[in-house]
Design a protein around this ligand. Sequence first.
Ligand code: NAP
Length: 251
Amino acid sequence: MQRSILILGGTAEARALAGKLASDPRFAVELSLAGRTRAPAEQPVPVRVGGFGGAEGLAVYLRQRGISILIDATHPYAAQISRNAAQAAKISGVPLVALRRSPWPRQPEDRWIEVDSVADAVKALGEAPRKALLTLGRQELLPFEAAPQHHYLVRSVDPVEPPLSVPNAVYLTARGPFEQADEARLLQDYGIEAIVAKNSGGPASYGKIAAARELGIDVVLIRRPDLPDVPSVETVEEMLAWLDHAPVPLK
Ligand code: NAP
C-alpha cells in the first residue's frame, strides 16, 4: 500500500526530493507551492498551488487527502508556513519532518554585518550613498525606499512591480543557481560596495557570498527567523534515509 506524502515546497530541495520520490512505488507524492512566482519551475510530481487557510486549513487538507507524512521543505525564511505545518501536524496527528538547509558558516575573510530584519539591513547600509545589490524577495524591498540616497541593483525572480520609489535603481530578473565567477563579474560591473542577502544556505545562492569574500565586499546578512522545533534533516539524502526507516503507520 502506498503512503501519501505532502511536500511543502518552493525550494530547489523540495523539487529535488520530489524528483527522487516520483518513481518510488512506495509513495504517492504531492507538492504544494504558495503561488508566489509567476512561472514556477516545472515539477516532477503533481502540484497544488496556494495557501491552505492557516494551520487549521492545512490540518483539514491532510485529513481529507489521507496524507501519511508531511514534509516541510520550505525556505528557511518562510517561517509562517513552517509554524503552520508544526501546528497542523499536532492537530491532525500526521507525522512531520522538516528538510532545512544549514546556514552558511562565516569564514574569517567574510565581511558580514548580521541584522535581524530588512529594516535593520537598510540602517546597516549607512547614511553615505553606496552601491548595493539587493537579493531579497520582491515583496520585501519597500523598506529600502527609506534610504533613497543609495544606488540599488535589485535582483529577483519576478519583476519588481511597481518599482521602488528611489531615484537610482536597476532591476535584474534571474533565477539561480549563480556561480561565483559570474557573481564576481556582476559585482565588479556595477561597482557594488555592499550586498543585502539572507543566509539561505545551500550551494545555489552561495556564489555571491564567495564572490563578496573574494572582492572584500560587505554583506549585510539578515539572520534566520526562529523556526518550530520539529524532527528535521538537512539534505535530500538524509530525508530519503529518514523515509526508509520512518516508523509511520500505513494509511
Ligand atoms: P510564509 O510567510 O512562511 O507563508 C505565508 C503563507 O503563504 C502561509 O501562511 C501559507 O498560507 C502560504 N504558503 C507558504 N508556503 C506555502 C506552500 N509551500 N504551500 C502552500 N501555501 C504556502 O512564506 P513566504 O516566506 O512568503 O514564502 C512563500 C513560498 O516561497 C514558500 O513556499 C517558500 O518555500 C518559498 N520561498 C521563500 C523564500 C523566502 O525568503 N521567504 C525564498 C525562496 C522561496 P496559508 O496560511 O493560507 O496556508
